[in-house]
Design a protein around this ligand. Structure first.
Ligand code: AP5
Length: 215
């Protein structure tokens, strides 16, 4: 089963994708994580996208479609793909449709995580992640363990993202409304879109997504 988690920055796409990886043997394909990895390892492409990401602008379609194409070709033996943060433009959505069509395993569901802008600011400003395994925490809703060790892998190296500041977030939201939100209409018209309440607590959102996937 292949699915897209669609929603603005901070909607909970990464949090929900990680749960699906753990419970359903699915593979998370997060273009944001791939780009950050390229940036941290100082590749030519990583250097090229660093400023764009820090500002909260979108990286070019060519780069992200190329990243996804590579992953689809290289990854085998799993319970399906979760596209997290991809597609973000109509061109990316069309490319994804073609790439999946070629694998013979097209898209099954597009799940919209419905949230409001106020909640996003609170979520993004409280977010941290484990630098080793990527587990996502939040200062209020999911605090880092009191012993300072990640609950998933035991590492004690927590990070905050360079683009998790108010100015960049404002820009990320503008980019979402201008370029990504039209995908809601696109997938609705393809009869693939289901909206779940992304403002509910993490476990409730997990349950709502499970209901969609198991229906
Ligand atoms: P990306 O990494 O994709 O970031 P994003 O879309 O801005 O989304 P986030 O990772 O910020 O949020 P999320 O929805 O995953 O929320 P999370 O689960 O962490 O992209 C970064 C940049 O890369 C882009 O700006 C762009 O420059 C570039 N890029 C990436 N993909 C691209 C593409 N396809 N095309 C072009 N450019 C691209 O949750 C947030 C916080 O809330 C956490 O602290 C979490 O614990 C908490 N939380 C989650 N769910 C709940 C809940 N239900 N209740 C309470 N708290 C919750």
């Amino acid at each position: 089963m292949n699915i897209i988690l669609l929603g603005p920055p901070g909607a909970g796409k990464g949090t929900q994708a990680r749960h699906l990886v753990e419970t359903r043997n699915m593979v998370q394909l997060s273009t944001g994580d791939m780009l950050r990895e390229a940036k941290d390892s100082g590749t030519e492409m990583g250097n090229l996208v660093a400023d764009v990401m820090a500002r909260g602008d979108l990286v070019t379609d060519e780069i992200v479609i190329g990243l996804i194409r590579e992953k689809l070709e290289d990854t085998t033996d799993h319970g399906g793909f979760i596209f997290d943060g991809f597609p973000r433009t109509l061109m990316q959505a069309t490319a994804l449709g073609e790439l999946l069509e070629a694998t013979g395993k097209p898209l099954d569901h597009v799940i919209q995580l419905g949230v409001d802008d106020e909640a996003l600011v609170a979520r993004i400003s409280g977010r941290s992640t484990c630098g080793n395994c990527g587990e996502v925490y939040h200062d209020v809703t999911k605090p880092q363990p009191a012993d300072g060790k990640c609950e998933k892998c035991g590492a004690s190296d927590f990070k905050r993202r360079a683009d998790d500041n108010e100015e960049s977030l404002r820009n990320r939201l503008m980019e979402y409304y201008k370029k990504t939100s039209p995908l809601l209409g696109y997938y609705y018209a393809h009869n693939m879109l289901t909206r779940v309440d992304g403002l509910a607590d993490i476990k409730e959102v997990q349950d709502s997504i499970s209901k969609v996937l198991d229906a």
